[in-house]
Design a protein around this ligand. Structure first.
Ligand code: MG
Length: 456
């Protein structure tokens, strides 16, 4: 028998293996705690395409009803759609049954607060206190509300995006698109979205079965089929969503993956060309963002890793665009969350207005080479090792917001101990592939030496 993996509880929710650490009892307890924490309002309940979603949904509904909340079932929907709808419908919160890109035997719960924002760390703490203490506010029978079913709620989300795009201009280009939904929740809405934009689309992996066609992270190794189909279909571009449809990767008309950073680059460039304003991105996004900000004379705010950190900064600074280098574009005019639909809309509009091909557009930006790597290191040493490195590089321009980032004229290195695994993540970027490789190699070596010394 395999060892039972514990339930993973973090700021972004709870995840576990169905039938082992994640049982209906646990799900009901979490929903009861959330209902108690939120206090009897309307709560959206959505899910991704995993077959275990139904079982967990019933358990979640029980907990919410028992605490006097009114659940609104929205069915299988992309995560950005659920975040958007929570605000749009002025609900008190939402529970989403999803385990993002984890394998099929996993599932989890994500909790969303009012305004359609993920709970902040302090709010999660308060909510988890209720969970651990089991102090739930159950209501009497006469105060149990009926469950509301909402079908097609997702269209509101698409409409909000379409209202902000030059639909006619996009339609005139009659784009040929290959779209890969990774058999995830994006497949629910992407066909309609691209149809409204007049695209001729070849879809792959749109079976909403939860059995992901490939590893659902839209990284180059997972997009080989999409690249091939783009060439076969003679498409203008390929779009790849991840399983919960908050991230988007692009393939150009030649069937080449463009790197997830480029999705953010295109979105930032396009939005800034129309509306000048602050930009917020995390510490690991490409330095091309600073180039763009210089061009439009707007400030860039860098944040800790994690979507909610970027969102918080964007709201604080009234940023007009932002996101993460992993294809997570945040366009606050639609909703402050990573949204692959908003990202796709912006990219198509940029292409349509420029009259260029995607590879031509991509070539229009300064070229940087980024490498993401990691180094095994016992967790108790990882923070000390990075701290030691920080002392050595104190005289340079550094950021210690999240691990250590050393920022030089035309390169940077970001070293970050993982919170969940015994590793240190290393990311570097420079103007040449060889330089980036050298940067990674030398910092890795320096870290290895430090770790060796620390463990003596
Ligand atoms: Mg995702």
């Amino acid at each position: 028998m395999r060892k039972q993996l514990p339930l993973k509880i973090s700021v972004s929710g709870v995840r576990g293996i169905v039938g082992e650490s994640l049982t209906p009892q646990i799900a009901t307890r979490f929903a009861s705690a959330f209902g108690t924490y939120i206090g009897q309002g309307q709560i959206l309940v959505g899910q991704d395409s995993r077959p275990s979603g139904v079982m967990l949904k019933k358990a979640v509904l029980s907990g919410l009803l028992a605490t006097g909340c009114q659940p609104i079932e929205v069915g299988i929907l992309p995560i950005p759609t659920i975040l958007f709808l929570t605000k749009e419908k002025q609900a008190a919160g939402a529970v989403v049954i999803t385990a993002s890109h984890n394998p099929l035997d996993w599932n989890g719960l994500k909790f969303i607060g009012p305004e359609g924002l993920y709970l902040k760390a302090s709010q999660v703490e308060e909510f988890l206190d209720i969970f651990h203490q089991g102090e739930f506010t159950f209501v009497k029978a006469d105060r149990i509300k009926p469950v509301i079913q909402e079908k097609k709620a997702g269209e509101l989300h698409l409409q909000k995006i379409l209202n902000r795009l030059k639909v006619k201009t996009i339609k005139n280009r009659k784009f040929r698109v290959v779209a890969d939904c990774a058999n995830g929740a994006g497949a629910i809405l992407l066909p309609q979205f691209l149809q409204e934009l007049g695209c001729e689309v070849l879809f792959i992996n749109t079976e909403i079965t939860g059995s992901f066609a490939h590893q659902s992270e839209p990284t180059p190794e997972n997009l080989k089929e999409l690249c091939r189909k783009v060439k076969e279909f003679k498409a203008d571009l390929g779009l790849a969503q991840d399983a919960d449809a908050d991230r988007l990767a692009l393939v150009d008309e030649k069937g080449r993956t463009l790197g997830e950073d480029l999705t953010l680059t295109l979105a930032v460039a396009h939005v800034l060309s129309k509306k000048k304003g602050p930009v917020a991105v995390n510490l690991s996004a490409s330095m091309v963002i600073e180039d763009l900000a210089r061009k439009y004379q707007v400030p860039v705010f860098r944040t800790k890793i994690g979507e909610s950190n970027v969102v918080e900064k964007m709201l604080e600074t009234k940023a007009v665009i932002g996101g993460e280098g992993n294809g997570g574009v945040i366009w606050p005019e639609v909703h402050p969350c990573r949204d692959s639909f908003a990202a796709a809309g912006l990219v198509l509009e940029f292409l349509a207005e420029s009259g260029k091909t995607l590879s031509e557009l991509a070539q229009g930006f300064p070229k940087y080479y980024m490498i993401k790597d990691k180094l095994s290191c016992p967790s108790e040493l990882a923070f000390r090792a990075v701290l030691e490195l920080r002392h050595r590089y104190e005289k340079e321009t550094i950021s210690t917001l999240d691990g250590l980032k050393i920022i030089r004229e035309d390169s940077w290195v970001h070293l970050r101990p993982s919170n969940t695994e015994p590793i240190i993540r290393l990311i570097a970027e420079s103007k040449s592939a060889a330089r980036t490789r050298t940067l990674i190699r030398s910092f890795k070596k320096e870290l290895v030496d430090i770790i060796k010394k620390l463990s003596l």
